[in-house]
Design a protein around this ligand. Structure first.
Ligand code: C2E
Ligand code: MG
Ligand code: MG
Length: 657
């Protein structure tokens, strides 16, 4: 850059960065009224005392014009005082200010010099005083604008002090020297002030940057503490703190709100079959789908795993809640694209309303959980609203849990056996052991009920041990070609130690492990696939057989069959109940029978109740069957007579001519 360009840049008044420029203009804009006040009042005073001594153009028109210009600038400032300037506008403003200050300096100095000769010595002293005070006042008002302030100093000192010095009067000469010295002092003050001002602006800027940094760190912390990093939804902690805030507000205003708990059905299988990365994608997609559901006052959160929470911040009628719940379930049950596959999942939601279902956050949450529990058992993929019926169920649940905890398992548990038949030979080939519990207070408790409760509390481990020992004691008395089918729970195959214990019980009984088939339901496999796989492998290696129970009631069954070492599949009775009327059930049974044949697995058709059903499944290729048609589950004491009769009958059939 040449010196001319440098000078031009310097004289433009634009120094430092845009931040500093804005701060300068902002600080200056507050002084503008004062600046023009000084100029107007001082100029008017001088003009007034020269009215009679100076020509009108000099005592009236010139100061009048300068005054009008000052007023015009003042009005302009007033109009634009709240305007926020862009960087370019600020630069332009600074340039024009530098020009205006310089021109005003020249104009007022010239006027004073021209006016000077027209008065008495007093009037001349007044003009010199006017120039000195106005200069000091103006420079202080311009103190934030270093270049314009310096320019003004130079212009006035050079012109007016120069004029005084050349007047030939020793008094005026002394005044000129005085003015010049004051000017130099003012220049030093301007320079020092400018440095301080620029440093303060820089420090302020650094402070702001560090505050911004702190704010963004604290925002990050807030996000981490309150958002689920996978789905971007609020997390469990944030869900509960929102719930607490909403409930406090509802208590104050007498309002209400609703809490929903959502659980995905089939998510575990996606994780097991396609891997955790795919599971994550599904959860992300779930988050996106939930967020796409629009409803005023509705918020979602991920509570952990495949469990999500919903809050509706106001009261909703039951119909509206069901309708909203259905929309949520529908959104979740659309197919998911996972890598190159399509996964089918569904979501169940349990709702509870405040204050109807509970008067505290914990109660409402618990009841939404109870509604979800009921939903998962009976109405998967649908919304369920907490009702008194659920309350009764919860009471029953805690009662049964309590009794089960204190039960004398050896004395209260017993078994019934239900035969498994071969349709061709019409002979029993095995018996399934079905657990029964008689409690003094509760009477007979259905296995579906107490087993499920026991599974929730790990009491199942003791139950399995007792029942397995009882069952094996019976097997020892059956003909050697009959096998025992024994139901296991998920938790029974959840560790290798547990599998080892089952093997020990079998070995201790003296019954050949080949006569023992362990039944596992699909849902039992959804807990921890790898662990289930290794426990099953251990049981198989010990010589026991494995059977997949209630086939067709869960998800992705075929992939399980394929990946786990099963020997048999039991087709769930829900397919059998309408096999004689429903062609879809018929096709399913047929394809499972064919699949078993291809894979070399035994296939047991469960729940046959009518001769027609038996006829149909036989025509479809079934051999092993089980159901009330052949025999109800019976007490252990009745098995001996039953077997004797059954074997005798089949023998009679075989030996008929
Ligand atoms: P499951 O293993 O599928 O057992 C078959 C169930 O179907 C039995 O019910 C049996 O009585 C019933 N059943 C058999 N034939 C028919 C029929 O023709 N029609 C109808 N409607 N039902 C039939 P139960 O004894 O009530 O057992 C229910 C479930 O409880 C069992 O289903 C099994 O999953 C579980 N369970 C029973 N005992 C035990 C046990 O000792 N341990 C474990 N972990 N679970 C058990
Ligand atoms: Mg079974
Ligand atoms: Mg079954």
């Amino acid at each position: 850059m040449g010196w001319l360009a440098r000078l031009k840049k310097m004289l433009s008044g634009v120094e430092g960065d845009r931040e500093l420029l804005r701060a300068q203009l902002h600080a200056f804009s507050r002084q503008i009224p004062l600046l023009y006040f000084i100029l107007l009042v001082n100029t008017a005073a001088v003009a007034a005392t020269h009215l009679s001594s100076a020509p009108p153009w000099l005592s009236m028109y010139v100061p009048g014009t300068l005054g009008v210009l000052c007023l015009y600038r003042c009005v302009r400032w007033w109009r634009a005082r709240n305007r926020t300037l862009t960087a370019a506008q600020a630069e332009r403003e600074m340039r024009s200010l530098t020009w205006i200050v310089s021109l005003f300096g020249i104009a007022f100095s010239t006027w004073s010099v021209l006016l000077f000769p027209y008065g008495t010595a007093y009037q001349q002293a007044q003009v010199a005083f006017y120039m000195a005070t106005t200069l000091v006042g103006s420079v202080f008002c311009l103190i934030h604008l270093r270049v314009p302030a310096m320019l003004l100093l130079c212009i006035v000192i050079l012109s007016f002090a120069g004029f005084l010095a050349s007047s030939g009067s020793p008094v005026f000469f002394a005044m000129a020297i005085d003015m010049t010295l004051v000017g130099v002092a003012l220049a030093v003050v301007i320079q020092i002030y400018w440095r301080t001002f620029a440093d303060a602006i820089n420090a302020q800027r650094e402070l702001q940057a560090s505050q911004q940094n702190t704010q963004s760190l604290s925002d990050d912390n807030y996000r981490l503490a309150n958002l689920d990093s996978l789905t971007g939804l609020p997390n469990r902690r944030s869900f509960f703190s929102s719930l607490r805030a909403i409930s406090e507000q509802a208590l104050e205003t007498g309002g209400g709100f609703n809490v929903g708990l959502i659980d995905l059905d089939g998510f575990k299988q996606v994780n097991d079959i396609y891997g955790h990365a795919s599971g994550d994608l599904v959860l992300q997609e779930v988050g996106t789908r939930l967020l796409s559901i629009s409803e005023t006052g509705l918020m979602f959160a991920r509570l952990g795993g495949d469990e999500f929470g919903a809050i509706v911040r106001h009261r909703l009628s039951n119909e509206a809640l069901v309708e909203l719940g259905q929309r949520i379930c529908d959104a979740l049950s659309r197919p998911y694209q996972v890598a190159d596959n399509v996964a089918e999942l569904s979501g169940t939601i349990g709702w509870a309303a405040f204050p109807e279902a509970g008067s505290t956050v914990a109660q409402v949450f618990e009841r939404a959980d109870a509604a979800l529990y009921v939903g998962k058992e009976n109405r998967r993929g649908m919304p369920v609203i907490f009702s008194t019926e659920h309350e009764t169920r919860m009471r029953r649940l805690s009662l049964v849990t309590q009794e089960l905890r204190h039960a004398d398992l050896e004395a209260e548990l017993f078994l019934e056996f239900q035969p498994i038949y071969d349709l061709l030979t019409r002979r029993p080939i095995g018996l399934e052991a079905l657990g029964r519990w008689h409690n003094a207070r509760l009477g007979m408790v259905r296995p579906e009920e107490f087993i499920r409760i026991a599974e929730r509390t790990e009491l199942i481990l003791g139950i399995t041990d007792v029942l397995l020992r009882q069952a094996l004691a019976e097997v020892a008395q059956w003909p050697a070609d009959l096998y025992l089918s024994f139901n296991l729970s998920a938790i029974d195959i959840s560790t290798s130690a547990r599998a080892r214990r089952l093997i020990d019980i079998v070995e201790a009984s003296g019954v050949s492990p080949h006569r023992v088939t362990f039944e596992i339901t699909e849902t039992a496999l959804t807990r921890d696939f790898e662990q289930a796989h290794s426990a099953m492998t251990m049981l198989k290696q010990a010589g026991c057989r494995m059977s997949l129970d209630d086939f067709g009631t869960g998800y992705s069954s075929l992939s399980y069959v394929h990946r786990l070492p099963f020997d048999a599949i039991k087709i769930d009775r829900s397919f059998v109940s309408d096999v004689d009327t429903n062609s879809a059930s018929k096709k399913i049974i047929k394809s499972v029978i064919d699949l078993c044949r291809n894979l070399g697995l035994e296939c047991v058709v469960e729940g046959l109740e009518t001769p027609l059903q038996a006829q149909v499944v036989k025509a479809l290729g079934a051999r092993a069957v089980q159901g009330y048609l052949f025999s109800l589950p019976m007490r252990a004491s009745a098995v001996g007579t039953f077997l004797w009769t059954a074997l005798a009958q089949s023998h009679a059939v075989e030996t008929q001519p």
